[in-house]
Design a protein. Structure first.
Ligand SMILES: NC(=O)C1=CN([C@@H]2O[C@H](COP(=O)(O)OP(=O)(O)OC[C@H]3O[C@@H](n4cnc5c(N)ncnc54)[C@H](OP(=O)(O)O)[C@@H]3O)[C@@H](O)[C@H]2O)C=CC1
Ligand SMILES: O=C(CO)COP(=O)(O)O
Ligand SMILES: [Zn+2]
Length: 353
């Protein structure tokens, strides 16, 4: 008997382009959302997007509640839930980088309310995904959550954000190469659930981005367009898979461990990019695609070394030798690297001196 079944949960509206910040109200109408929204944002995104969008709502006779969070913590998620209940809101709008969007996503999941994703930085592929990531005790990886009902990505805002945020988004996409290698390995060795469609979409997304690397330049709105579409495609791959596997392998374990050992030293995307150089070498050795990954990162000004990340060599080695412990996700790291092997790969790839 055929017993397979799956739910693929995706946004209903994805609106991308110049000036679409002004279309948030139209999207709300299109989704037939009623009542008062709660905007979840962080300090800079509040200035560049949340306050102007709130003014549009006020002009239309709707007064949004607003919470500004500083850090991605469970306390922040609880604060958002409390405000949502106290202010009697009907839906949430996450406006900002990964931090604000993830918190809105997790709070809306708990509240069983819809939410909209309004990114102000093309810095990560959680814009569209059905995953939320907030540190919880020793864990730092994403968990299943609601996908947004809609995404409104204004390329004017995204192009004006600091360039390093865009290069972080590119690196998060480039890391899909090694994430998919890890996924296939885990499927072969551990029979983990695997989707060829999600894997192919994830790899194709990375390929298109690398093929267009010449067009990705600071100040060009076209760059924000290319990177944002890639981030969305990668988020869709995660939704098809029902897990972050197509976009998160050992390079993400490495980054999550760096978040714990060197909090806020570097952006998520930049850390996973450097992790991807290391794990591509582990998969394929000296002549493999680690060179291409390093060249692609370097061509868009993304970090390729510990020094570029602002993290010392010893912390990189510690992260590499311990990160297999932080999640039950089989990768090329297996049951862990010893220190000599970690130093060897980090030196051969030029990540440490
Ligand atoms: N759910 C998922 O599937 C995924 C989740 N993630 C998560 O996303 C997070 C990474 O996202 P990231 O965006 O890098 O982190 P943040 O949300 O912390 O944003 C990084 C920085 O960019 C600033 N910023 C955002 N927009 C603008 C703008 N328009 N102009 C100027 N500054 C701006 C923020 O300002 P301020 O400090 O004022 O907020 C912050 O300092 C991680 O927690 C990661 O785990 C990553 C990938 C997938
Ligand atoms: O960052 C992500 C994909 O780019 C999400 O992956 P994690 O599940 O490892 O948090
Ligand atoms: Zn990521």
């Amino acid at each position: 008997m055929f017993e397979k079944s799956t739910w693929i949960r995706l946004p209903r509206n994805v609106v991308v382009g110049h000036g679409v910040r002004d279309e948030v109200l139209d999207v709300i109408d299109d989704l037939h959302l009623q009542g008062r929204p709660l905007f979840v944002t962080s300090p800079t995104p509040r200035e560049v997007a949340a306050d102007p969008i709130a003014a549009d709502f006020e002009a239309a006779g709707i007064e949004p509640a607003i919470v500004t969070i500083e850090k991605a913590t469970f306390e922040a998620v609880e604060q958002v839930i409390e405000v949502a209940e106290a202010e009697d809101v009907s839906y949430l709008v996450g406006i900002g980088g990964g931090k604000a969007i993830d918190i809105a996503k997790l709070a809306s999941h708990h509240l069983e309310m819809g939410f909209l994703s309004v990114p102000t930085a093309a810095s990560h592929d959680g814009i569209v995904s059905n995953r939320g990531s907030v540190p919880d005790g020793d864990s730092r990886h994403s968990v299943a959550a609601e996908p947004p009902l809609a995404v409104v990505a204004d390329t004017g805002i995204l192009a004006e954000a600091p360039w390093e945020l865009t290069t972080a988004g590119c690196a998060d996409i480039i890391s899909n190469y090694t994430a998919v290698m890890d996924w296939r390995l885990a499927q072969r060795l551990k029979d983990v659930e695997y989707s060829e469609y999600a894997a192919a979409l994830s790899e194709m997304t990375a390929e298109i981005l690398v093929d267009n690397a010449d067009l990705i330049r600071p100040g060009l709105e076209e760059s924000a367009w290319i990177v944002t579409k890639a981030l969305m495609s990668s988020g869709v791959a995660m939704s098809i898979a029902g897990s972050s596997r197509p976009a998160s392998g050992a390079e993400h374990l490495f980054s999550h461990q760096l978040d714990r050992l060197a909090p806020e030293a570097a952006l998520h995307g930049h850390q996973v990019g450097v992790g991807s150089i290391l794990t591509a070498y582990l998969h394929q050795g000296e002549d493999g695609i680690w060179w291409d990954i390093r060249d692609a990162l370097s061509s868009i000004d993304a970090p390729t070394t510990a020094d570029d990340l602002g993290i010392d060599d010893e912390t990189v080695i510690e992260a590499l030798t311990t990160c297999h412990e932080i999640r039950d996700r089989y990768t090329i790291l297996g049951d862990g690297m010893n220190e000599r092997a970690a130093r060897d790969v980090a030196t051969k790839t030029g990540v440490i001196e």
